[in-house]
Structure formats: structure tokens, C-alpha cells
Design a protein around this ligand. Structure first.
Ligand code: UD2
Length: 319
């Protein structure tokens, strides 16, 4: 029964990893500073060893990795615009915490650390789809910080022999993605707005594209990345492999939700990537990965989850 640490395990993606690990009988510890994660995300998942703390504190990092075989490092301060607004706070959460965790994992003899990288590393390089061999070109503090984190991981493998693998995520969405902040992922924000009869805002002309990836696909990729031998010091895209514009996303969600009308438009966001699409050949070859849930099916499941969670919250709202 291998033991796993999921950093950021009370967050959106982290909680899905915890759920999958528990379902197959693994032992799971979570470390989370609850900055964007919530204890409720782990509701019903019994047996989790929960440690509340911030990995930017190296004492917390050391406690978190004690006795652990695998680390799935999800803890981060996501969001391009948040990093543009506050580069120091995001640097601390995304780089300082990662270095502390790597040192602690090295010293504790962890077998492998899987790092949550970001498609933002590719920036606006002209070629699509993006292959891992392309030179990175970060456009925002967030993109640079996530890239530095993955480079630290590779360096820890080469310098100290700590096995690390980076999975570059491409715009992950699904149940438990929190729509409550202006920095939330666009799908969660659009679902919330359309469900409440409001029009969401599109930043820019709406022709920017993303390889939106349902969370289950990411869980599959990350768990394989922890298990497959001989892939230390590798960067691997995990995505759907498609490309959907913001306008297409908006129209598709309108259909699924049963809403109409046109979106509002605002100025493009500073640091925003124009087009993003993954080449998933490496994931297929190294991890045996294939996306098991399509973009459309993922949207339907996410809207359904949102409806059920709104319905569950409704009695409290009325009281
Ligand atoms: C980046 C990364 C993604 C992940 C994420 C974490 C890229 C291509 N992707 O996602 O992999 O690391 O950061 O935060 O860099 N938008 C609107 N209206 C809104 C909100 C967003 O039009 O109300 C636009 C936004 O300007 C962007 C797109 O929707 O063009 C997606 O935005 P997002 O914040 O969901 O994710 P993004 O692409 O910054």
C-alpha cells in the first residue's frame, strides 16, 4: 500500500487525485494552506491524514513528506492575472514552496515527486500543437514561476538523484473547480454566470483558443507519471489534444445550460496566451495515456455537478 502526499490536496485538482488514490486503497496525506483549497472538497473521503500548513515554511514541508513514498505536488497559487497583480505572493507560493518541498523530499528519501506544470510555459510561440521540445516563452509571472518549478525538479533529479516528473496541465476543468474568485478558471466562471442568468465577460475578441482538459484525464496522467519506471527528469503534456475558442466555449455552454444572448466583452488580459493546444504523443508513448473524457462530455458532467451543488446549497441560502 504505497503512501502518497498530495500537496494542495484540498484544492480542485488535488482533491480529485486524493479521491482516486483512496479508491484504489492507497494511504494519503494532504498538506494545504487553505488559501484556495477547502476542507469541503475532501468531504466524504475518510482516512486522509490532513496537515494544514504552508509549504513556504520549511518546517511544514519536512513534516509533510515524513514517511511518504510519492509526492504529487499540486499546491500553487494559480492564475495569470493574479500573478500579474501580485508577483511577490505568487512567487512565494509557486517557487519558494516548491524548493522547500524538493529539499524536504530529497532529505526524506521520497521515491518520486510529480510536479504540476503549466501549458502557460509555451507562451505565444507560433507552432501548434505544442511539443515538449519547444523552447519555453513565459508571458506572465505565473508562467515563469511554474516553469522555474519544473526546471528545479529536473535539476533535483540530476544533482541529487530525486526522481521527478513534470506533467504540464492544459486548462483543467471539472467538478469542484471554485467559481467564486475573479481569478477562477474561465469554465467555472462561465457556468456560474450563465446558470444565474447573467452574461459572462470575454476578455479580448473571443477567438483565443485553449485545450480544455477534463480533470479525470489529468488524474490518469499524474497517477501513471508516479508509477511508470524510467521517466525521471521528463516533462510531459497531459491534455485533450484539441483546441476550442472562447466563443465556441460560450456557445456550447449556452446550449448545455439552456441560456441565450451575447456575452459582454472586455479588454484582453495582460500576460494572456493567444492559442494553446497540446501534442500528447509523449504522454501516449511514455504513460500509455489517452484522454478518456472528451471536452463535451466533461462540460456536461461539470454543468451537472454545478446544478447539484447549487441545489444542495439552496436550502441554506433560503434560511
Ligand atoms: C493558464 C494556463 C493553464 C493553467 C492556468 C492556471 C495557458 C494557455 N493556460 O490558464 O494551463 O496553468 O493558467 O490558472 O496559459 N477569460 C475570459 N473571461 C473570464 C475569465 C477568463 O474571457 O471571465 C479568458 C482569459 O482571458 C483566457 C481564457 O479565458 O484567454 C482562459 O482563462 P483562464 O483564467 O481560465 O486560464 P488561462 O488560459 O490563463
Amino acid at each position: 500500500m504505497p503512501s502518497y502526499l498530495v500537496t494542495g490536496g484540498a484544492g480542485f485538482i488535488g482533491s480529485h487525485l486524493v479521491e482516486a488514490l483512496l479508491a484504489r486503497g492507497d494511504t494519503v496525506r494532504v498538506v494545504d494552506n487553505l488559501s484556495s483549497g477547502r476542507r469541503e472538497n475532501l468531504a466524504g473521503m475518510s482516512g486522509v491524514d490532513f496537515l494544514e500548513g504552508d509549504l513556504a515554511d520549511n518546517g511544514v514541508a519536512a513534516r509533510a513528506v515524513a514517511g511518504v513514498e510519492y509526492v504529487l505536488h499540486q499546491a500553487a497559487m494559480p492564475s495569470v492575472p493574479r500573478s500579474v497583480a501580485d508577483p511577490i505572493a505568487s512567487n512565494r507560493a509557486n517557487i519558494d514552496a516548491t524548493v522547500n518541498l524538493l529539499v524536504a523530499a530529497r532529505d526524506a528519501g521520497v521515491r518520486r515527486l510529480v510536479y504540476a506544470g503549466s501549458s502557460s510555459a509555451y507562451g505565444d510561440t507560433p507552432t501548434l500543437p505544442k511539443t515538449e521540445a519547444m523552447p519555453p516563452a513565459p508571458l506572465s509571472p505565473y508562467a515563469l514561476q511554474k516553469l522555474v518549478g519544473e526546471q528545479y525538479c529536473g535539476m533535483f533529479t540530476r544533482l541529487y538523484g530525486l526522481e521527478t516528473v513534470t506533467i504540464r496541465y492544459f486548462n483543467v476543468f471539472g467538478p469542484r473547480q471554485d467559481p467564486s474568485s475573479p481569478y477562477s478558471g474561465v469554465i467555472s466562471l462561465f457556468i456560474k454566470a450563465l446558470s444565474e442568468g447573467r452574461q459572462p465577460t470575454i476578455f479580448g475578441d473571443g477567438n483565443q483558443t485553449r485545450d480544455f482538459t477534463y480533470v479525470t484525464n489529468v488524474v490518469d496522467g499524474v497517477l501513471e507519471a508516479a508509477a511508470v519506471p524510467g521517466i525521471a527528469d521528463t516533462v510531459i503534456n497531459v491534455a485533450t489534444g484539441g483546441r476550442v475558442s472562447l466563443m465556441e466555449l460560450f456557445r456550447t455552454l449556452q446550449r448545455v445550460i439552456g441560456a441565450s444572448g451575447d456575452p459582454a466583452f472586455g479588454p484582453p488580459r495582460a500576460g494572456d496566451v493567444r492559442d494553446s493546444q497540446a501534442d500528447i504523443t509523449r504522454a501516449r508513448e511514455l504513460l500509455g495515456y489517452a484522454p478518456s473524457v472528451s471536452f463535451e462530455e466533461g462540460l456536461a458532467r461539470t454543468v451537472e455537478w454545478f446544478r447539484r451543488s447549487q441545489a444542495a446549497a439552496a436550502p441554506e441560502t433560503r434560511s
